[in-house]
Design a protein around this ligand. Sequence first.
Ligand code: CA
Length: 597
Amino acid sequence: MSRSIQMVPGLLALAVAAALPAQAGVTDADLVAGNKYTSGVLSAGIGTQGQRFSPLAKVNTGNVGNLVPVWSFSFGGEKQRGQESQPVIYNGKMFVTASYSRIFAIDATTGNQLWKYEHRLPDGIMPCCDVVNRGAALYDNLVIFGTLDAHLIALNQDTGKVVWDEKLDDYKAGHSYTSAPTIAKGLVLTGISGGEFGVVGRVDARDAKTGKLVWTRPTVEGHMGFKDGKENGISGETNKTWPGDLWKQGGAATWNNFTYDPETNLVYAGTGNPAPWNSHLRPGDNLYSSSTVAINVDTGKIVWSYQSTPHDGWDFDGVNEFVNFDYVKDGKTIKAGAKADRNGFFFVNDRTNGKLLNAFPFVDKITWAKSIDLNTGRPVYVDDNRPGAPIEAAEGHKGKMVFSAPSFLGGKNQQPMAFSPDTGLFYVPANEWGMEIWNEPVGYKKGAAYLGAGFTIKTINDKYIGALRAMDPVSGKKVWEITNNAPLWGGVLATHGGLVFYGTPEGFLKAVDAKTGKELWKFQTGTGVVAPPVAWEQNGEEYIAVVSGWGGAVPLWGGDVAKKVNFLNQGGSVWVFKLFNGQNSASADSATLAASH
Ligand code: CA
């Protein structure tokens, strides 16, 4: 090593420059630069705006056929299950979370493990929908991730030592944490999972360096917010959109990734279903369930909210990511945000004030509403297709069963879409499926499922469930689609190279032409992909990575669909790819060695 350094002083300088970051740690400025920061991937969503777009073009439509694996890393362990994590990459290190609240630091060039942290989980954790985690956040020299027993943990990026560990809430009441935290202005912003157990959703802001709580904002109307340990106003107006006492266990869990826009200074959090599922118990809109809630990062107060499913009765969580993007209309730049909702509609809102700008279906079959009225911003319901109230005289007191599409697993679920500013299109990993759903009597009991409903997921057609769709947010038109036999449950990456990358439960990572949807490359990872790919640049080359490991909500709750995909094998690994340049990295190392002797 030392001899080779003496022989090539120019290379040494380069190596030192590459090894030492320009600054001591990840800063707010780095995070706000978002996808322009190409020498790593600093946050979930590839930038706080959540576009999942990489401006890199070294891998492009002309050469993507030459993409080859560089390394693969196994999470190991006896327990595998669903791997929904997006890696983050900084200073040559990849940080990736895995099932059962594990996190690994890996050398991004070699794939060698640097350290790992396995959180000790108590018996009795209650994740509703598999033991997943969607990724970590980076700030300063910390890597921060949440656990299934509802802790938030910050580790030193270099050593893996725990710097702080904060309890978010009581796992015995059904709280857990599965999403990737968001960083804004030195605050780490988190939500909470547990809507199926009647927890109350909220957004918490903590000092990212110390973990100290700064503010908390409940997402169920009637609950008090706090800032610096003092009362900071009730969310909404008690009992305005909720009758009686049900708001006290009102759900609206904030369980998926948020986005943050530095220009509006708002964090956009999606909220889940109102609890319980049986809507007849809670007349009213039940704010702020099944909504996008925009909160001022400084004040911890709600600036606007938009409810995609008022008075939800189908478990149409509104948690899907609200992606910030701009478009030009009549010569004016519109600051917008878009969400492909579980309920089957694609919503475009003004991200400064929440005003609905456009709404259109992105799935073929929607039974619960005819359309979204752009004037009122509200759905035009099909009243007959709401599951009925429980019937006293019926067997099991079951109410009228209805067939509903989409199913509660959603036209889209946690798998994040991508937006390309080059094409102006959103790439939506959609699913076509329905459910039979009925209501039953229910009462709240701490730590017990709080649904008041039963269901069976149904396929709609034999040919496919998944469909990757290129959607125009302005015209509402579907530009192209690629159908997929199994439901799509991984996310999407779009690049300036004119490519769209996505994974399938059948195990493939695929690259397609962003303009046409033509498949240009695919690679079998050995187990289902239910996580979103990333791209970054190191050593002058563009790298693509994706986590592979079948699982998530589908095999647990999928009914007929689960039977259709039960042949898929579990696993848990990271795959990293780059263009084949005539020599793989191992032979490149030997060449360097040979030159040095
Ligand atoms: Ca839910």
